[in-house]
Design a protein around this ligand. Sequence first.
Ligand SMILES: Cc1cc2nc3c(=O)[nH]c(=O)nc-3n(C[C@H](O)[C@H](O)[C@H](O)COP(=O)(O)O)c2cc1C
Length: 79
Amino acid sequence: MKTVLSSFCTGVAVVTALEPDGRPAGMAVQSFSAVSLDPTLICFRPAHTSSTWPRIRTAGRFAVNILASDQQDLCRRFA
Ligand SMILES: Cc1cc2nc3c(=O)[nH]c(=O)nc-3n(C[C@H](O)[C@H](O)[C@H](O)COP(=O)(O)O)c2cc1C
């Protein structure tokens, strides 16, 4: 965890989840950051108006996909 988080200074990530019915949800975020190693905590800040965040929250678990600099198309798709 320390190795992963220490290699991420700033950038864009895509937070993804599967809803209980199997539908995929995902959103591009710039607000991703590390909070603590013990306990293991990260944060991202969804807008109050986000329609995707309630779906991710309902899923109960999510993945954070850190984008590379050549993945702008993917970023646009998830925005
Ligand atoms: C580079 C970039 C960074 C973004 N960062 C955030 C973020 O930190 N929080 C957020 O709520 N939306 C962020 N967005 C916007 C969401 O990706 C976008 O609003 C969302 O996926 C569209 O659906 P929703 O807003 O209804 O959930 C970002 C968009 C882009 C292009």
